[in-house]
Design a protein around this ligand. Structure first.
Ligand SMILES: Cc1ncc(COP(=O)(O)O)c(C=O)c1O
Length: 355
């Protein structure tokens, strides 16, 4: 006999804000769906899992996440099929990754039913918030943080898990200009670089601000020891096409194991395109750019999908990459992912979850 997951209590909002959403003008991450999932961890158990109207949480100023940074999150998206059915892309991988991040910060794992059933119930309820418009989707932000009312460094005994949603347009509306930072470091081996830890992002803000002040969109991080090998970008993994080979930094524990990165590499391998996961020095990229063997470079991430890189600022000069119209691999994989995510084509790897 099949057992049904327990029903998650739902308190519906009496005042939907959906009508106020201007689908032609959706800013990234500023408008939130009508509802959110909340769950509490206390006394060794997940409890009080419910869906409520989106709104403020009550929080003690002594909450340990605010002081010691036990806070992690995920980022994923809901899409609509041509028939209007809500689709999620590889949500189980986000579930696995949030628990890897939790493990790194001494936080208890989230129950699969809390994450997966809660997510499905929320997206089913707010499915009308998935903008049915090219380039726009519903971004989903699971966030998990410590709530012990206690000032004293130790893993918290109590936590809050929340899933909120926001309709979003394109993260980057143009090919991106990135700058290599040799002044700041994002992560070291043994650190938290491979976890989706809130503090990683706080620590990246200064470099990001300085990059923007110089007219770049974001930073390329180098490894902390040699300051030579490419790591990743602020919100994306990176890939370079050199001599027809797709080269991307290997997962060594200092970069996030991106779900988009894995999907892109899987598709390229399916298509018989050579892929190398290895250390890649920024000087190798600069030389390949100079000799014309660097034909493409792009970022890979849930928010940005495939973001073509137009320019790389390095040692005071700009490496200029070929025009985006010539980017055969980046454009092909962008389209293929889009088609899989919206149910337009076959899903050979079982990446799509129907809620
Ligand atoms: C630092 C960092 N690297 C890479 C990624 C890409 O990961 P994913 O493809 O799972 O979104 C992200 C986005 O989540 C990120 O924040």
């Amino acid at each position: 006999m099949e057992t049904q997951p327990p029903q998650i209590p739902i308190e519906k909002t009496p005042n939907s804000r959906l009508r106020e959403l201007d689908r032609d003008e959706i800013p990234f991450g500023k408008i939130f769906g009508d509802h959110m999932l909340t769950a509490t961890y206390a006394e060794g158990k997940w409890r009080d899992v419910k869906i409520v109207p989106y709104g403020p949480l009550e929080l003690s100023p002594a909450s340990s996440a605010l002081h010691y940074g036990q806070a992690i999150f995920e980022g994923m998206k809901a899409y609509k099929s041509g028939a209007g059915e809500p689709l999620l892309f590889r949500p189980r991988d986000n579930f696995k990754r949030i628990n890897q991040s939790a493990d790194r910060l001494c936080m208890p794992p989230i129950d699969e039913s809390v994450f997966m059933d809660g997510l499905a119930a929320l997206i089913r309820l707010d499915a009308d918030w998935i903008p049915n418009k090219k380039g726009s989707v519903l971004y989903i932000r699971p966030v998990y943080f410590a709530t012990d009312e206690s000032v004293g460094l130790k893993p918290s005994d109590s936590y809050k898990f929340v899933i909120l949603t926001c309709p979003v347009g394109a993260y980057y509306s143009h090919p991106v200009k990135l700058i290599v930072t040799d002044q700041y470091v994002r992560a070291f081996e043994g650190g938290t670089g491979a976890a989706k830890v809130a503090g990683n992002y706080a620590a990246s803000l200064l470099a990001d601000r300085e990059a923007k002040a110089k007219g770049y969109d974001n930073v390329i991080w180098l490894d902390g020891i040699h300051r030579k090998y490419i790591e990743e970008c602020g919100t994306m993994n990176l890939a370079f096409v050199i001599d027809g080979v797709v080269v991307t930094p290997k997962l060594t524990g200092t970069i996030l194991a991106g779900i988009t990165r894995d999907s892109v590499l899987t598709l390229f391998r399916d298509w018989g395109i050579p892929v190398e996961e290895r250390a890649i020095a920024i000087d190798e990229v600069a030389e390949a750019c100079g000799s014309g063997t660097l034909t493409e470079a792009f970022g890979m991430g849930t928010a940005a999908t495939i973001a073509h890189i137009s320019t790389i600022g390095y040692q005071g000069r700009d490496l200029i990459l070929p025009p985006v119209t010539e980017r055969k691999l980046g454009n092909r994989v962008l389209q293929a992912l889009e088609d899989i995510k919206t149910g337009k084509c076959e899903d050979p790897h079982g990446w799509i979850d129907r809620v």
